[in-house]
Design a protein around this ligand. Structure first.
Ligand SMILES: Nc1nc2c(ncn2[C@@H]2O[C@H](COP(=O)(O)OP(=O)(O)OP(=O)(O)O)[C@@H](O)[C@H]2O)c(=O)[nH]1
Ligand SMILES: [Mg+2]
Length: 510
């Protein structure tokens, strides 16, 4: 304290759990800057294992900056020592993280000697308490990743943001991630470095600590620099929507075609990010032992990835040649082709199965289907059509995936009719229709005739009782889109659809 007053600078020490001094920090009159705590990584621990004890020169209480350090660095404890000018009586103020709503517990100033008593036992029990609070709240399976969802958008309606976030939650569920909480921020201006404002980000970190999350998933696409900045600041894993979708596709891909396309998409997503990290790391982490992957290693990595991309593209071409042959045979046969398109989970595969009595895999998770399958559907009087089912759409489909799945989506070009299947039981169905149409337009498929079909109408009766307004909205939309209603799980309801197909392709008959 004396030394600090003499120097007119704050002094601080970081003490580890063994009681030895890990860092000594010399600040200025108003504050001090904590270095990167490389030797004390957080890993899966709740708390850092370091206590910061530092001096305040003007008798001031723990500052905002102090509390921010406590939160972001997840220190075990922060203590500020003060002494009235010329006095030997040093008093101490303590704060530590806790399961209180604010995330922090502050103790009233007390004489310095008390600090000595506030030792490892308290901290150990504090960490246990945090651990216990987390355990009580979650039922995550062993090894299941636990996440907090975040959406930050400068412009846009709250409802739209919430819808998109609800979908992100579904995506997380599909990826096997447990969602603990979500945050929405609608700032007037985005923070270019971390997207989310830093104050809000602190709140997120505290929540992650209290609830035991290890992962942040953003609904918006993050730049490589933003991912780095946010994960450096929070020491949590950071993903965005695109990465989550890519991850789901990667788990789902079973056919050779699917695997090649997904790997291609992943590499194309990775390549620019790898470049960014390389140059940044080597600049930031210079010095002995702190070198990132060296430039040479990165250059080889990049080259290897580019080579792999070329090889995969060639393989895809090869694969699509086989597909081409099958296609041209089909087209030549002159049999009408109907392609079922629609938002993921609309029931496309279920409908294909119901119509053609086949067994394409279906599941109540997103992106059950990645590969296109075609089946013949026999109609009365020896007429037949080919029905194809393909990968589902979703809003903000990552560009790299669109590119990689071009070949799969190419097949839609041969369709004589796009059967646009809509999950009418989904509260967001109208938005989903818009999204599907936007993607069709982007693929230049909007010139093919479209037939809108509302599926899952078996769910509408319960809806009518529960939420009449929503029910009426579906009914109105159905008229507006001139949609046929079916329930793919109840075969008799498909009759009107079959009639309509007959009318479209053989109008003169009967
Ligand atoms: N209640 C009800 N559920 C349905 C109906 N049609 C499909 N489902 C269910 O909806 C879920 C999704 O069906 P899928 O056929 O896999 O959907 P999809 O459009 O092929 O989805 P992706 O391949 O993931 O894009 C499954 O759990 C189906 O059982 C329906 O008419 N009524
Ligand atoms: Mg499917």
């Amino acid at each position: 304290m004396e030394l600090s007053q003499e120097l007119r600078r704050q002094l601080g020490i970081l003490i580890n759990r063994q009681g030895s001094v890990a860092y000594v920090i010399v600040g200025d009159e108003k504050g001090l800057l904590i270095p990167e705590l490389k030797d004390y990584p957080l890993g899966r621990k709740r708390l850092r294992g370091l206590r910061l004890i530092h001096t305040h020169l003007k008798n001031e209480p723990l500052s905002e900056d102090d509390l921010t350090d406590l939160k972001l660095l997840r220190l075990d404890l922060i203590a500020a020592l003060t002494a009235p000018a010329g006095s030997q009586r040093v008093s101490v103020q303590l704060a530590h993280l806790s399961s209180a709503p604010s995330g922090i517990t502050q103790l009233a100033p007390q004489p310095f000697d008390r600090l000595v008593g506030y030792g490892s036992d308290e901290i150990a029990s504090l960490e246990k308490e945090l651990e216990r609070a987390v355990k009580l709240q979650t039922q995550a399976k062993e090894g299941q990743e636990q996440a907090i969802l975040i959406s930050v958008r400068a412009a846009g309606e709250r409802r739209e943001v919430e819808d998109s976030l609800a979908e992100l939650q579904e995506l997380a569920r599909t990826a096997g991630v447990m969602v603990l909480d979500s945050f929405i921020q609608l700032p007037r201006k985005l923070n270019p470095r971390t997207l989310m404002g830093e104050g809000k980000l602190q709140e997120v970190v505290i929540r992650a600590l209290q609830r035991g999350a290890s992962l942040l998933i953003f609904d918006q696409e993050l730049t490589p620099a933003q991912v780095r900045a946010i994960s450096a600041m929070t020491e949590l894993k950071v993903l965005d929507r695109s990465q989550l979708i890519l991850d789901i596709f990667a788990r789902r891909a079973t056919s050779l075609d699917g695997k090649v396309q997904v790997e291609l998409a992943q590499l194309k997503y990775l390549l620019p990010r790898l470049t960014g990290r390389g140059t940044q790391m080597s600049r930031l982490m210079g010095g002995i032992g702190g070198r990132g992957p060296g430039e040479t290693k990165l250059e080889t990595d990049r080259r290897r990835i580019r080579d792999r991309i070329t090889a995969l593209e060639r393989e895809l071409e090869e694969l699509s040649r086989g597909r081409e042959q099958r296609r041209s045979r089909r087209v030549k046969a002159g049999v009408p082709i109907i392609s079922i398109v629609g938002y993921t989970n609309a029931g496309k595969s279920t409908l294909l199965n119901a119509l053609t009595k086949s067994e394409v895999f279906t599941e109540n998770l997103l992106f059950a289907t990645l590969d296109t399958s075609s089946r013949r559907l026999r109609l009365p009087r020896d007429r037949e059509v080919i029905i194809t089912d393909t990968v589902g759409f979703i809003r903000s489909l990552p560009k790299s995936l669109m590119g990689a799945f071009k070949a799969t989506l190419e097949e839609l070009r041969d369709a004589d009719l796009l059967l646009h299947l809509v999950d009418a039981s989904n509260p967001r169905f109208e938005d989903q229709i818009r999204q599907v149409r936007a993607i069709l337009e982007e693929l230049e498929l909007d010139t093919i005739p479209e037939l809108v079909v509302f599926n899952k109408t078996d769910q509408l009766e319960p809806l009518k009782k529960k939420d009449t307004v929503a029910y009426l909205r579906v009914k109105q939309a159905q008229m507006r889109y001139k949609a046929i209603s079916i329930s793919a799980v109840q075969r008799p309801t498909l009759q009107p659809l079959l009639e309509e197909l007959k009318r479209r392709f053989w109008p003169e008959a009967d």
